[in-house]
Design a binder for this molecule. Sequence first.
Ligand code: TRP
Length: 323
Amino acid sequence: MSRSTAAVVALRDYHPQQESMRDTILEGLRLPQKTLPAFYFYDERGSQLFDRITELPEYYLTRAELAIMREHGAEIGALVGEHASIIELGSGSSLKTRLLIDSLREPAAYVPVEIARDQLMVAANSIAADYPNLEVLPICADFSEPFDLPHPRIAPLRNLVYFPGSTIGNFHSDEAYDLLLAMRRIARKGGALLIGVDLKKDRATLERAYNDAQGVTAQFNFNMLVRLNRELDATFDLNAFRHRAIWNEARGRIEMHLVSQRAQTVLVAGERVEFRAGEYILSECSYKYTRTQFAALAAEAGFEVERVWTDAASLFSVQYLTN
Ligand code: TRP
């Protein structure tokens, strides 16, 4: 039997329904600045494309984060201590998690939370197979909405929320604050958050990371439209839009745009959506922080930054926050 079909671990499913997808998408497309909710990027194809992004030469984030996790695993393990329950939000293919699990002493459980159900189950079963002593409790959910935490067989000594990949950067500051608050609740008293945070740097490096030469990020961006065409009977002509990613210095964020190449009308779930030539959909933001800025945000949400690790070039940071 292949790994993808072996039902080893039981799934808790909170995946949102189709009706809510229609409403959320249309709401965003009715705004003066059209937007699309970022988590709809992550269907199966979107998740695969994202895995390819992480391997691109221009996309420094994943390499830098992995290097930090490799170099400082022992110290991370010592800070977290034994019998921790790892709750990972947006676990994807759980690749970085293996480095974390390897660094910890007898972790009590691994709870991956991920919206892409098939990818979640493949990753959960694969971790369960490779770590037979670790209880794996996958949850299919949009992690920015509330979900119930399962109770591991072994009572954990500490909840460690793991939020790698600078996913925190994909939220505006009020949402990032709410999410940090939610993570503090999940960590509970005495718990901790291990979070990947991308750092501010020169425009060229930032823009290159989201405009790769092979065009994988463009495909990832376009996949949103492909998905709307398939799932909401939308009529986006992919040749009539173009991918663009720019560093918005004033707002401290990379913006991904889908730019309409001409005036056009697109049908989405039966509704007419009008575009002017040059008008764009803001499909995703990726905020970058200085260490000081992130410490301020963390403090607002009631976390204390206990330790910050960076790579040799200070491109990226992994931070250990306590509750
Ligand atoms: N959080 C990462 C980042 O902001 C990963 C990511 C999310 C991403 N959406 C993306 C990367 C879109 C490229 C394109 O970089």
